[in-house]
Design a protein around this ligand. Structure first.
Ligand code: ADP
Ligand code: ZN
Ligand code: ZN
Length: 733
């Protein structure tokens, strides 16, 4: 029985429940001795689970008779520091995610299974007897005398610092009872970081950006808007080097490490062993080791993808998030959150600067800069005085094409190849052709599980659905009429590669997409061949937009700009412009100026025109004005309630009930729209619907959402669907 004033533990436990769990302390344990951030094992249902202590309370909603005692305390000291506890609480609350899943999905697997938070490093400590030992008592054993003197001066010592002879002396001292083996604490007393290489002298723009970051003490968000090739990386490196010399760690977040091997190489050459990378290629043990190296302060530079935002830092000094516009900072599976937006919260908790860098900043960040919440640092010039390439449009309705390559583009390719240039062609569609079509009856082969077409892959003669992974052999005859006249329609990167081999038989080309880079290091090998100039035509997907530096590329062709022009998603045009500018930025980095041709059927489209005439800055200003007028983010706040089920009706019924519930809350300043089918209603055999919540500001939206999850879970319709809340959804389709 719990006394009325008993302290109750509040735990985050991994379970799909929108709330924390209350327990009594383990028998015989004083709650006041338990620090937030430690792990505690508890009875859970009929089994046991680990929970993370987030705080204590004296008032639980659980009736006292039903409160259970926790079983066992795992940690003496907090596994997570206060800033991470605050960040995760904030994140679970803001994104309306089950807090236990938010907390636990961020921990390395080892810690989820109970491994110690710190690596136990062996050490040697002086005993009281050793401290009192007279200095001349070891005259016959000079090595022991020397080690004893060291210990009397500085105890404990790391065993790793002792050579073989000193280790033998250590054993002897332990035998005398003057020293003892011990385990060293979490924090390495001296981080032992190498002195960084200084790097090149900064340009005036770079120096001004660095000074801009220095100008604000403590927490501030800096939006570094630097055109492609303006040298943003060097700004990051300089800021990190300064922190390192001041004994502080830097955390660097990038969209995908595998796609930016050059950044890692830069970091390693500048900072050596002080760099620690956290990426998806690590095994569980390596991941735990990296996490510990961050937490103990042994690693000075932590670089990783979005989940690296959640590593503990012993000596935090700086957070950098490169390519801040990139949608991979948004996690859309499992727990939903934006690492970019949470980075702002973490930097504020830590009182350190955050640098958001991009050549094409998101409209959200540009608006914050405009309102003065972020400091805008601009680098409008390329290093070495080269110009950003000019963009021009090729009207596909006026020019003949050969398999997706227009006459003006082919002519430009010949011109650049003849004068020793290299060419990059961008098409965000892998495979041979996006559809297989019967020329007799018009039937198109659809995915049996999605509202989507099957993509033709020629090399292994397979049809694949890029949405659910379903695949089958390419049929010999039409499934509808039996005709053998089946034709692949449209272009994918594989088909473009074949066409190029036919049109430019003497020029070596390479294709870069997920199909050609599955094997480890294959991306790096392809990119090296491009950099060495052996490969002169490069065809690829989105993978090519990331920060690669190819000095020899002088022509970029964007094969299909129209995918993003008329989407029902309000974000599509922003994405399209970012992609075009990032791909275009791969050229004209060497001696020769760059040229960019964009193929479109809509050359008069106002957004395309503005992008070509005024660049990303002018484009973004126009799009911001458009969003403001239309009442879209960043001028309003959105959340989606998504529901899916194997049948069409249950998601709709659930969302209709949810709509009535939400409207019933009567929160002023909010609107509830829908339900409506998702852009692709059926996907992987499930029907998907969504309900949209809209508010002018995040406060009323949060009030609405705050009451929602527990009430939704109680709806009878909820039992027949899978549902999830998506706050600040990256797309509406
Ligand atoms: P961004 O990331 O802004 O697109 P990069 O960081 O790739 O630009 O820089 C472009 C090129 O300029 C790189 O080859 C880089 O090594 C070089 N560079 C950057 N800063 C300097 C500098 N201060 N002096 C000389 N070269 C520089
Ligand atoms: Zn047919
Ligand atoms: Zn499918």
């Amino acid at each position: 029985m719990a006394a009325a004033d008993a302290t109750i533990l509040r735990l985050a436990i991994p379970a799909p429940i929108h709330g924390y769990f209350d327990y009594l302390p383990p028998a015989g344990v004083q709650a006041s001795n338990l620090a937030p951030g430690i792990r505690i094992e508890v009875p859970f249902g009929r089994g046991r689970r680990l929970g993370l202590l987030v705080g204590t309370t004296t008032a639980s909603e659980v009736p006292p008779a039903r409160l259970r005692h926790a079983l066992r305390v795992l940690d003496q000291t907090a596994v997570l520091p206060p800033d991470l506890l605050a960040l995760l609480r904030w994140g679970a609350d803001y994104y309306r995610q089950p807090p236990g899943e938010m907390f636990w999905s961020m921990l390395p697997a080892g810690l989820r299974q109970g491994a110690a938070a710190q690596a136990h490093e062996p050490g040697l400590a002086l005993t009281p007897a050793g401290a009192a030992a007279p200095a001349d008592s070891l005259r016959r054993a000079p090595r022991q005398a020397e080690l004893l003197a060291r210990l009397q001066n500085d105890s404990p010592l790391r065993m790793a610092e002792l050579d073989t002879a000193a280790r033998r002396a250590a054993a002897a001292l332990c035998g005398r009872g003057w020293a003892t083996r011990c385990e060293l604490g979490a924090l390495a007393a001296d981080p032992d970081w190498p002195t960084p290489d200084t790097g090149p002298e900064l340009t005036a723009d770079q120096a001004a950006a660095v000074a801009g970051v220095h100008a604000e003490a403590g927490f501030a968000v800096h939006l570094l808007h630097g055109v492609t090739g303006s040298g943003k990386t060097e700004v990051y490196l300089r800021l990190m080097a300064e922190r390192l010399l001041a004994g502080q760690q830097s955390l660097v977040l990038v969209p995908e490490i595998g796609l930016t091997p050059q950044l890692l190489a830069h970091l390693r050459s500048r900072f050596g062993d002080a760099v620690c990378a956290l990426h998806s290629g690590l095994g569980d043990a390596e991941r735990l080791a990296a996490w510990r190296a961050a937490r103990s302060g042994r690693a000075a530079i932590l670089v990783g993808t979005r989940s690296a935002l959640f590593v503990p830092l012993a000596r935090p000094g700086l957070i950098i998030l490169d390519e801040e516009h990139d949608s991979s900072f948004r996690q859309q599976e499992g727990v939903r959150y934006s690492a970019r937006d949470l980075a702002v919260v973490r930097a504020r908790e830590l009182g350190v600067p955050l640098v958001l860098g991009s050549a094409t900043p998101s409209l959200e960040s540009l608006r914050h800069a405009r309102d003065g919440r972020y400091q805008l640092l601009e680098m409008p010039r390329r290093i070495g005085g080269g110009k950003e390439p000019a963009l021009s449009l090729v009207d596909l309705s006026h020019h003949r094409q050969q398999q997706g390559l227009s006459t003006p583009l082919l002519a430009a390719m010949r011109r650049h190849l003849d004068s020793d240039g290299q060419v990059l062609l961008f098409l965000n569609r892998r495979g041979f052709a996006p559809a297989l079509w019967c020329t007799d009856c018009g039937h198109v082969v659809d995915c049996p599980r999605c509202d989507a077409r099957m993509t033709v892959h020629q090399h292994d003669r397979r049809l694949r659905c890029h949405h659910c992974g379903t695949e089958r052999a390419v049929p010999d005859s039409c499934p509808a009429c039996g005709s053998a006249e089946l034709a692949p329609v449209g272009q994918g990167t594989e088909r473009i590669e074949q066409t190029l081999a036919r049109l430019f038989p003497d020029v070596r080309g390479v294709r870069i997409d997920r199909d050609t880079t599955r094997r480890r290091d294959s991306l790096e090998r392809h990119l090296d061949a491009v950099r060495r100039g052996e490969v002169r035509i490069l065809v690829g997907t989105q993978m090519l937009t990331k920060g690669h530096d190819f000095p020899g590329i002088s022509l970029v062709g964007i094969l299909d700009a129209d995918q993003g022009l008329f989407s029902s998603d309000y974000r599509a045009s922003e994405r399209l412009a970012q992609t075009i500018v990032q791909v275009a930025g791969r050229c004209g980095r060497g001696e020769r100026p760059g040229e960019v041709l964009i193929q479109t059927r809509f050359p008069a489209h106002p957004l395309l025109r503005r992008l070509c005439d005024e660049g990303y800055r002018g484009f973004a200003a126009a799009l911001l004005a458009e969003r403001e007028a239309a009442g879209w983010p960043p001028y309003t706040r959105l959340a989606l309630l998504r529901a899916e089920a194997p049948g069409r009706r249950p998601p709709q019924a659930f969302l209709e009930a949810a709509r009535e519930l939400a409207r019933g809350f009567g929160i002023a300043g909010t609107e509830v729209l829908g339900p409506a089918p998702a852009g692709m209603e059926r996907r992987a055999g499930r029907y998907r619907q969504q309900l949209l919540f809209l508010a002018a500001d995040h406060r009323p939206l949060q009030r609405l959402l705050g009451q929602l999850p527990t009430r939704l879970a109680a709806l009878p319709e909820a039992r027949r669907v899978r549902w999830v809340i998506d706050v600040d959804p990256p797309d509406l389709i």
